[in-house]
Design a protein around this ligand. Structure first.
Ligand SMILES: Cc1cc2nc3c(=O)[nH]c(=O)nc-3n(C[C@H](O)[C@H](O)[C@H](O)COP(=O)(O)OP(=O)(O)OC[C@H]3O[C@@H](n4cnc5c(N)ncnc54)[C@H](O)[C@@H]3O)c2cc1C
Length: 275
């Protein structure tokens, strides 16, 4: 993809990045899951550090000649050499209508200040970490799941992913098979990791909103939660505003308290998008 506007070359884009205090990073891999979802990787600038679960601003050159930036959760763990992102494609979206055409070798702008609350630091110690994501809200959990610190701090790890149609269960094969076969994580996750996909429309073996499945006790039965462990569950939530609100209320009615970086709690949440 040309980085548009004036088909500015890499040196020109680098000058804009320098002027705006941004990195310019090269795209190394692109994968399209469906007509509405794709993932891509960029080279990680050597000075770029983040905590697994954080988000960062990324973007392209806008029509006004300035960077057009949006918040993105980093889907890769903090030790990985590249940075991976999992993106929606919004047809009329200012950024993603163009971002979806990224090709290997293209360049994007990358912010310098990662931040966020879906981090281990914002949670009190517990036994089970349950990461509940809808749509692209899975992204930060792909990062946290592959952080060795997560496995030091928690005995059990659950990742739930709710989408409309089964084909939108991006990373399903990775979560069901590949990570379990991984040299490092296979052993770490053995008997300790549950992937819990759910689909709200269309055919699938597990149907329904995760909020309902939890509220109705189906989740508890399926993942085998024992009563005495309930108090040691910690949650991370990432979805639409309505989902976060609903799920947050459900957790609070069960006595959980929202945490932050400055005041850790028993659950944390981040919006997967503004809308
Ligand atoms: C903290 C944070 C983290 C984010 N992380 C990601 C991420 O990892 N991946 C990602 O694709 N987006 C993420 N977003 C959303 C992202 O910032 C942009 O909104 C998205 O890239 C679309 O940009 P746009 O300019 O094309 O459209 P926008 O003008 O930003 O959005 C247009 C409309 O599209 C819908 N929309 C936007 N993003 C999504 C989404 N992710 N899923 C469903 N509907 C959406 C909303 O209704 C929105 O009003 C995040 C947002 C926040 C606040």
């Amino acid at each position: 993809m040309s980085n548009e506007l004036h088909d500015m070359d890499q040196a020109g884009l680098q000058a804009v990045a320098d002027d705006k205090g941004l990195h310019l990073a090269k795209v190394t891999w692109v994968h399209h899951w469906t007509a509405g979802l794709f993932s891509f990787r960029i080279e990680r600038p050597s000075t770029f550090r983040f905590r697994s679960g954080e988000f960062i601003m990324i973007g392209l050159l806008g029509a006004n000649g300035r960077p057009l930036m949006r918040a993105y959760s980093i889907a890769s763990p903090s030790w990985e050499e590249h940075l991976e992102f999992f993106s929606v494609k919004v047809e009329e979206g200012a950024l993603t209508s163009r971002l979806q055409h990224l090709k290997e070798g293209d360049h994007i702008f990358l912010g310098k200040k990662p931040t966020g609350t879906l981090v281990l630091d914002a949670l009190l110690p517990g036994k089970t970490l349950c990461m509940v994501g809808t749509g692209t809200g899975l992204a930060p959990f792909l990062s946290v799941l592959r952080d060795p610190e997560t496995h030091e701090k928690f005995e059990k790890i659950i990742v739930t992913h709710t989408v409309r149609q089964a084909e939108e269960l991006a990373y399903r094969q990775f979560l069901e098979e590949e990570i379990r076969a991984d040299e490092i994580f296979g052993e770490m996750l053995k008997d300790r990791f549950t992937y819990y996909p759910t689909v709200t429309r269309g055919e699938f073996h597990r149907k329904g909103r995760i909020t309902d499945l939890i509220r109705d006790g189906i989740f508890r039965n399926e993942v085998g939660v024992v009563e005495e462990d309930r108090g040691s569950f910690r949650f991370m939530l990432c979805g639409s505003m309505a989902f976060n609100k609903d799920m947050g209320a459900l957790l609070e009615s069960n006595g959980l308290v929202e945490g932050s970086n400055s005041e850790p709690g028993t659950y944390v949440m981040e919006r997967a998008f503004v809308g």
